[in-house]
Design a protein around this ligand. Structure first.
Ligand SMILES: [Zn+2]
Length: 493
């Protein structure tokens, strides 16, 4: 997996460079210093926030023969380097999501009493622990009730609600937080510097905002979007479909200054750049929301009220963004919030007046939207699910997806094959492919297609075959051989 190679390289090798989980770091360091590391930890939190990396750090701290300051793995002794290389026999890493994982947990109960082979302790890291079967949980529970003195467990999960309470109550639990945008940017900029990548701040910022607090995804994107040692904001913007923050600020300033003309200019510029206006309006609302919350904290009630009204109007516009003139709903919202026509509207409060009018039209539109929605759903369910019908209706599928990152990833994908209930979607990047194949995302996509076409589907994803255009002519035999070895260039996962 090329896309995580930088992540591997910059995985934290000691507590000092563990990013963004300060509360957990402090507690663990104190436990290590005091010699009272718990025999069972539960690490929960979103993907890519450092759960497995931290688990390995604990393993290092428990085995290192030369701890610095009483807690920091030295990084040089046999145990430290064996753990880094993934070859310490007394560190058993189990992926509960795999078939092998289930067997391994079953084995665990028998093998747990055997003494460690090389280290003084045995450490079990069970990843995706929520995927375990009931039997496996029972086996694990027995072990956690009375762990042998030499055994340590670190369970990691993204979905803690699926873990039985009996297991949770036997573990010390740490909730890993989404890593802040600032911390992500700092880390990315550090890596870019080390790798001699010329990275624009805007690009790092967009990536950091896009990944929803996951460092692994952020580093994966940094690697994928770097071209010839350069990471440009415009390229990141094109690929991720996110907005340039200068446009957001310009739009916000125009709205706050009640400058209708300028706000419409920004919308037009976005439109002519081919920006995704729905994404833009989403980010704009998020931007204003942050300001609103801040002003509430600061007890600036008047301005908070204005922010609230802006959000309400834009939220309305957001829902209508499939209009035949794509920029129109935003333009209307801009005009309403800048209040140019307040005199025409009988001089009432400029913004609230807009809202009242909006309210009136709102009901009608909701009715209309619902009718259209029902109609289009009907149309589709009478269509057989074929590659052509799915391809033709792909935008409809995408716009019905509620999870924003999934929707964005799907925009960069397209249907490749439909065979019975099996649908293969093709992607340009491993990042988007992986995103869509995450369990909850895949389920949402399957349900959306099923609802639209009234036909059950099972989704798998493929990477777009890499085009080997230049230099190919004379060596096509070799290329064919290579493709044969790698399964024809199409990887279905
Ligand atoms: Zn060491």
């Amino acid at each position: 997996m090329e896309n995580i190679s930088l992540y591997r390289k910059y995985r934290p090798h000691n507590f000092d460079n563990l990013v963004g989980q300060d509360h957990i770091k402090t507690t663990l360091i104190n436990a290590i210093k005091g010699g009272n590391v718990s025999h069972a930890y539960l690490f929960t939190g979103p993907r890519g926030t450092g759960k497995t990396s931290t688990a390995r750090l604990v393993a290092k701290a428990l085995t290192c023969t030369n701890l610095l300051d009483g807690f920091e793995p030295c990084g040089e002794c046999d145990f430290c380097s064996d753990i880094s290389e993934g070859r310490l026999i007394d560190l058993i890493e189990i992926d509960a999501a795999s078939n092998r994982g289930i067997d391994e947990v079953r084995d665990l109960k028998e093998k747990i009493n055997f003494a460690p082979t090389r280290a003084k302790v045995k450490i079990y890291i069970v990843d995706e622990v929520h995927m375990m079967t009931k039997e496996a949980f029972n086996a694990l529970l027995k072990t956690l009730e009375e762990p042998p003195h030499h055994a340590y467990f670190i369970l990691a999960t993204t979905e803690v609600h699926k873990i039985p309470e009996t297991i949770i109550s036997r573990c010390q639990r740490f909730d890993f937080k989404r890593i802040s945008i600032r911390a992500l940017m700092t880390r990315l900029s550090f890596i870019a510097q080390k790798e001699e990548i010329e990275a624009e701040d805007g690009a790092l910022e967009m990536i950091s905002k896009y990944v929803d607090g996951g460092l692994r995804d952020a580093i994966g994107l940094l690697e994928q979007l770097t071209v010839e040692k350069k990471l440009s904001a415009s390229y990141v913007q094109d690929i991720l479909g996110v907005s340039d923050s200068s446009m957001l600020t310009a739009f916000f300033n125009a709205i706050m200054a009640r400058d209708t003309k300028e706000s419409l200019n920004v919308i037009n510029e976005l439109h002519s750049q081919g920006s995704d206006l729905k994404q833009f309006s989403h980010e704009f609302m998020d931007f204003v929301r942050t300001k609103m919350l801040q002003s509430i904290i600061n007890e600036e009630n008047e301005i908070a009220g204005r922010y609230l009204k802006i959000i309400e109007i834009f939220q309305e516009a957001h829902q209508k963004l499939e209009s035949s003139i794509p920029q129109l709903p935003l333009e209307i919202a801009a005009i309403q919030t800048t209040g140019t026509f307040k005199d025409v509207n009988e001089g009432q409060g400029e913004v609230s007046n807009g809202i009242e009018k909006e309210e009136a039209i709102k009901k009608e539109n909701v009715k209309k939207d619902r009718a259209e929605d029902a109609k289009s759903a009907e149309d589709l369910s009478s269509l057989p699910l074929t590659i052509d019908s799915l391809m033709g209706n792909w935008p409809r599928v995408v716009e019905r997806i509620k999870t924003a990152p999934l929707r964005m990833s799907l925009m960069s994908g397209k249907p490749l094959k439909v065979e019975g209930i099996n649908v293969v979607v093709e992607f340009d990047t491993i990042f988007h492919k992986d995103k869509v194949m995450e369990h909850s995302n895949r389920t949402e996509l399957e349900e959306t297609i099923t609802r639209l076409f009234n036909s059950p589907v099972k989704i798998s994803a493929a990477m777009k075959a890499i085009e080997l255009k230049p230099v190919v002519e004379e060596q096509s035999d070799d290329i064919e051989k290579v493709l044969e070895i790698f399964g024809g260039g199409e990887v279905v996962g």
